[in-house]
Design a protein around this ligand. Structure first.
Ligand SMILES: Nc1ncnc2c1ncn2[C@@H]1O[C@H](COP(=O)(O)OP(=O)(O)O)[C@@H](O)[C@H]1O
Ligand SMILES: CCCC(=O)OP(=O)(O)O
Length: 369
């Protein structure tokens, strides 16, 4: 019997780019990354205000490539800062749209993924999905304790790519994801380092506005007392501080750009400050990997470096030099998110899985109450 085939548009809004893909079943017929300058994104007051700009950018890119959207079977977006939920493919529903527009767990470009998917899909009368959003939460109770009873640690990370890459590497090793322990460092606009213990991400830094290494545009962990003093200095509004932590932190804060390729050119031209700051980012990633190795009690089958920054050979070498005593370092530059989104939608379209209904089983994140 001839199996039905599906054409899927996938949309991945990141903090520095919008990536889109069109897949005929598993086969990509278009994959493209549209990069956004920091100056352009900073003209928008909030993430949600970028909606029209990103939608036009996507439709123009599809038009330029000669893709007729009326032939699509479904649209699938990268999911955003929803309530903490289990992984999987979710149908976009009203409750989800409300939480994405509000930014239930915070503001990040991926909040636009589900909204853009829904808006494009509903005009065509086809289904819209999200897959493994950034709020997938598999933390063990011990990892939720921050040391400050009023604040619990949260799981906000590159769940989609971390899990897709970890599955791929496990397969290459002839094992199941559920049989191995990996440390995965996704290094993009944000940086997250996950401890994957037999198929579950039992600890990971909150890469949005929580903690961990600084990144191209985020501050990561900063000394708490000094931050509190700054907040109460009377010199800044709350929004200004938040912008300095997310969006204008990290490389943007020190060097004025979120583009590591530009930073590498600055270094090649002899810029000593750029060299120090770029090395410090590698140093902090290595430190976080060291911490994750302790979470896994040293039983680490591989360390995987992925995301856009993993294309940077010197950057990767600096990290590997510090951590390769823990386990083999496997470099998987870029990300597999577009393919993972298409595959998540396909599993549902083919009836292999049922789409989960949001919010479904919200993960219990409070240890004490
Ligand atoms: N060839 C490269 N060498 C070094 N850095 C790169 C390269 N390509 C992309 N990057 C950097 O990777 C970062 C973006 O990573 P990416 O995973 O695409 O981010 P996001 O999806 O969060 O927008 C940027 O700082 C970009 O300059
Ligand atoms: C919010 C965690 C995911 C993240 O940081 O994504 P980007 O690197 O695309 O900003």
């Amino acid at each position: 019997m001839h199996e039905r085939s599906f054409r899927i548009l996938v949309i991945n809004p990141g903090s520095t780019s919008t990536k889109i893909g069109v897949f005929d079943d598993e086969r990509p017929i278009l994959e493209t990354t549209i990069r956004h300058d920091t100056e352009v994104l900073q003209t928008y007051k909030s993430i949600i205000d970028q909606y029209e700009f990103r939608k036009q950018t996507i439709l123009e890119a599809l038009d330029k490539e000669g893709i007729n959207i009326s032939k699509l079977s479904a649209v699938c977006g990268r999911g955003g800062l929803l309530r903490p939920i289990e992984g999987g493919t979710y149908a976009v529903n009203e409750e989800m749209l409300k939480d994405l527009r509000l930014g239930y767990s915070g503001q990040h470009a991926s909040n636009l993924g589900g909204i853009l998917a829904y808006e494009i899909a509903s005009a065509l009368n086809i289904p819209a999905f999200i897959v493994d959003p950034v709020v997938v939460d598999e933390l063990e109770p011990i990892a939720r304790i921050s040391g400050f009873p009023l604040i619990e640690r949260r799981s906000i990370f590159h769940a989609l790519n971390q899990k897709a890459v970890a599955r791929r590497v496990a397969k290459q090793m002839g094992k199941k994801y559920e049989e191995v322990n990996f440390i995965v460092a996704h290094m993009g606009g944000g940086i997250t380092v996950g401890a994957h213990k037999q198929g579950r991400v039992v600890d990971v830094n909150n890469g949005l506005d929580g903690e961990g290494p600084f990144s191209p545009e985020r501050a990561g962990t900063v000394p708490a007392g000094d931050l509190v003093s700054l907040c109460f200095s009377g010199e800044y509004y709350r929004e200004e501080i938040m912008k300095m932590l997310v969006g204008r932190g990290g490389l943007v804060g020190y060097l004025g750009t979120n583009d590591a390729v530009k930073v590498e050119k600055m270094i090649a031209a002899g810029d000593e400050k750029a060299k120090l700051v770029y090395s410090a980012m590698a140093y902090q990633v290595a430190k976080e990997i060291g911490a994750a190795s302790a979470v896994l009690a040293g039983r680490v089958d591989a360390i995987i470096l992925t995301g856009g920054l993993a294309y940077g050979k010197e950057f990767v070498k600096e990290i590997a030099d510090r951590v390769q005593w823990i386990a083999d370092v496997i470099v998987q530059p870029g990300e597999n998110e577009l393919q993972a989104l298409a595959e998540g939608a396909l599993r549902v379209l083919r009836g292999e899985e049922e789409a989960k209904e949001y919010p479904g089983n919200v993960v219990k994140t409070t240890v004490w109450k």
